[in-house]
Design a protein around this ligand. Sequence first.
Ligand SMILES: NC(=O)c1ccc[n+]([C@@H]2O[C@H](COP(=O)([O-])OP(=O)(O)OC[C@H]3O[C@@H](n4cnc5c(N)ncnc54)[C@H](O)[C@@H]3O)[C@@H](O)[C@H]2O)c1
Ligand SMILES: O=P([O-])([O-])O[C@@H]1[C@@H](O)[C@H](O)[C@@H](O)[C@H](O)[C@@H]1O
Length: 544
Amino acid sequence: MAPHAEIDKSSSDRAGNVGNDHEGSSSFRKELFTVKSPNVVYTEKEVLTKYTYRTTSVTRDDTGDYTVTPRETQYDFKFDRNVPKVGVMLVGWGGNNGTTVTAGIIANRRGLVWDTREGPRNANYYGSVVMGSTMKLGTDAKTQRDVNIPFHNVLPMVHPNDLVIGGWDISSLNLSDAMDRAAVLEPTLKMQVKKEMATMTPLPSIYYPDFIASNQGDRADNIINGSVACMGHVDHIRQDIRDFKRVNNLDKVIVQWTANTERFADVVAGVNDTADNLLKAIEEGQAEIAPSTIFAVACILENAPFINGSPQNTFVPGAIDLAERYGAFIGGDDFKSGQTKMKSALVEFLINAGIKVTSIASYNHLGNNDGKNLSEQKQFRSKEISKSNVVDDMVDANNVLYKDGEHPDHTVVIKYMPAVGDNKRALDEYYAEIFLGGHQTISIFNVCEDSLLASPLIIDLVLITEVMTRIQWKASSNDGSATAYQGFHSVLSILSYMLKAPLTPPGTPVVNALAKQRAALTNIFRACVGLEPESDMSLEHKLF
Ligand SMILES: NC(=O)c1ccc[n+]([C@@H]2O[C@H](COP(=O)([O-])OP(=O)(O)OC[C@H]3O[C@@H](n4cnc5c(N)ncnc54)[C@H](O)[C@@H]3O)[C@@H](O)[C@H]2O)c1
Ligand SMILES: O=P([O-])([O-])O[C@@H]1[C@@H](O)[C@H](O)[C@@H](O)[C@H](O)[C@@H]1O
């Protein structure tokens, strides 16, 4: 791996950022494998694939009988092999997650080791599906045993060590002081990154007090003038993105909201229901436009992908309409880091095992500033919504256990308890009906170090979103007619594995089941290099 140059201090002074000015980690430039197939062509810059997408079409006649027909749809995929230089701008950079992910990337970039009570600890990217997990590539031609590769080798990807980081915060604290305020990391690690982080200062941000808890007001000392939406705020943020990109000589910038949870905005006809109405409402200074929506609009207009890591309805219909109009990528909502991630895996397992979950009680308390913001009802309500719908798809998919409209009881409670800081306590009880009137009760006590669980998701969201900007597709034409390549739909539902309340293209189904989400992500990336979906059939071990 190329040695990392000193942090470019001049750029960090101007645009509140950290990064390195070397070209990118060479270990991520060369693909790990080559696909040998008549349907896959490698050029110097691209991989061109003819992909057969196999589905099963179902019809049902008026007697209730099903007929199923295997379908094949031919797609051409074009994947840009060139790994760009990428910057990530975090809204809420001075928060628990923002400081933690920044320190984590510095620690990994420099290969830091720090002492703890349990002994020395090395920097790692555990908790990142891209950097910490593997996928089955295929089976060994000789031994027929599975060959598994690191997930990040399935396609040429940006290395997180090469990300240039910057962002905004309504608090003026530099990243070192903000890291101390967050109280997430070990002092022995903090002391090794403090100097670099002290040179990073968040850009001023927009602050509309009505959208976050009133208890956040005391940290709002780094704000752009104006307390309601205006086009000047959109333009200011767009200029910030352009400056960050220019100063750091970036090819792409991806923006993520990891700022406080906002209250839901009312969706009002004529205000935020269409792209034109939303732009007009911003021009007019409508009070119902949230800061996160202003950031979303700015990013869409600047063609910088925007991901919402919080639960509020940033993407009002007008914002989605605008993204579709400009072909800009958006994704959200609400990082899925601990309690909900466990729930989406456990409930999928129980229901798929034919066990009827009838009650889910989810309580948690936490003591960080996120918890403080959520201690006010309107902000809690945003989080309650995103945490409450996460089992709907699994329940709806099983009409053996559940009648139409039947759902488990589900309650979500969040309490602010300063003493526990970032180490959230999640207490869950899953109650289920089993064979012959029996019951199964599963109680879980899950201590989630929230920011250490969320930070790898921030990295995954950046890396996967960046890959999506390099994938194009078109329907294969057999008659020689030339159809144009296009990108995936603006709403990146492929990001759902990292998110509690996955945003999907309007009218399309929401999948929350964790295994299904990971399979979709894995198999779409495999398809880009002409590989079939991962199958666990293992017929080679069953038919002999
Ligand atoms: N495990 C997790 O940490 C987790 C999981 C899911 C979702 N989230 C969400 O991620 C967000 C951040 O979590 P956190 O623990 O880092 O919280 P935090 O309160 O430590 O950080 C939020 C930061 O946003 C800043 N901020 C608020 N409004 C802003 C604005 N308009 N512009 C710029 N900055 C603004 C605050 O000053 C603060 O520094 C929260 O919305 C939280 O609900 C966190
Ligand atoms: O992802 P998850 O652990 O289910 O949910 C978490 C909640 O339990 C917590 O109360 C909240 O503060 C975090 O922002 C996060 O949303």
